[in-house]
Design a protein around this ligand. Structure first.
Ligand code: ZN
Length: 337
């Protein structure tokens, strides 16, 4: 290894100036947007935190990017647990730029990569878990993704599923194909999308290991102070599910996790979560009837004192550099739900 080149003064100073610039810009924007009146709570939503960047999971940060974003949240915002955030929202005592961090579905990388970062920075978090995938099972989207990733050859025949013959190409093209197929199948009948994923995984990714948490890990997370919330059993689009099945999905998930943890679940997140597209007032009523105190959507904006506690918005900027992430987060704070 060659000896380190001595740093020139401007190189050494560059990160300092960048941080200074970031601080100036974010605080100017904060004042300009007047995002603290009335008091508001931003809830961030993540799914996975990856060991390294993955074109197939472009919306999920790698651990380094996640750590940078969380350092920004710790420094420039006021991270709170959901319970404290909601409590202080009703009492009008939220600190400026209040933010809660949440994760959906229950991926094991949350334990391995996200939790150490959160613990180091003392940022509380909530995990919304689809309990049907605990202990080695796999969601349809992950099976489909792995199958397309590993499929040999230059094309894949999806005509039996109404999706034609698709060229495969390299990782970028395959990643785009996965996004395309997820969009295509997401709103189709659960049996159909399950069948597509099962067939393709059996053919191209038979040794697929589950990326989801185990029951033991859920228990450990809870013991370490992570709030566990409900997210249905099999993650259906509730608005496309018969009412009886939707109720059972919400109820059995809650009962299962409560049995595992020996506590009542307080919070629920609607799968997919777009208001009036993925769930309706009927599902809001179900969650309330089952004893949930609050439920979370994936609608943009932030919660204020008058926001319906069963339709609380969540939003995470796509931007992966702390500066852009911070700006987007502040801009999102202008939109009250
Ligand atoms: Zn989800």
């Amino acid at each position: 290894m060659s000896a380190a080149r001595p740093q020139r003064p401007q190189e050494a100073a560059a990160p300092h100036f960048a941080r200074f610039g970031q601080r100036l810009l974010l605080s100017a924007l904060h004042r300009l947007l007047r995002v603290d009146t009335p008091p508001r709570l931003a809830v961030l939503i993540f799914h996975r935190v990856l060991p390294t960047n993955d074109p197939f999971l472009a919306s999920d940060p790698d651990v380094q990017a996640f750590a940078e974003l969380m350092r920004l949240v710790r420094k420039r915002f006021s991270p709170l647990s959901l319970a404290e955030g909601l409590h202080r929202l009703t009492r009008n005592t939220l600190p400026p730029r209040a933010v809660s961090v949440t994760f959906d579905d229950g991926y094991a990388d949350n334990v391995e990569f996200a939790l150490p970062v959160l613990q180091r920075l003392e940022i509380p978090a909530t995990l919304f878990i689809a309990s049907g995938y605990l202990d080695g099972r796999c969601m349809w989207n992950d099976r489909l993704c792995q199958a397309i990733r590993r499929c040999p050859g230059t094309s894949v025949d999806l005509t039996p599923y109404g999706a034609g013959i698709r060229p495969l190409g390299g990782p970028r093209e395959r990643a785009m194909l996965v996004r395309d197929l997820l969009r295509l199948f997401k709103y189709q009948a659960p049996e159909h999308r399950e069948q597509v994923a099962a067939d393709l995984a059996a053919r191209y990714a038979p040794d697929l290991t589950s990326p989801m948490v185990t029951r033991t890990q859920v228990r450990e997370l809870y013991d370490q102070g992570v709030e566990i919330g409900g997210h249905t059993v099999t993650h259906p689009i509730l608005a496309r599910t018969p009412d009886q099945t939707a109720y059972r999905e919400i109820a059995e998930n809650k009962e299962d996790l409560e049995g595992l943890l020996g506590t009542r679940l307080r919070f629920f997140a609607y799968p997919n979560g777009k208001p009036d597209l993925d769930f309706t007032a009927a599902h809001t009523a179900m969650a309330r009837a089952l004893g949930y105190q609050a439920a979370f959507t994936t609608g943009h904006g932030v919660a204020v004192a008058g926001t319906d506690p069963m339709r609380l918005p969540r939003f995470t900027p796509w931007e992966r550099t702390p500066m852009r992430f911070g700006i987007r987060l502040l801009l999102n704070m202008r939109h009250t739900a």
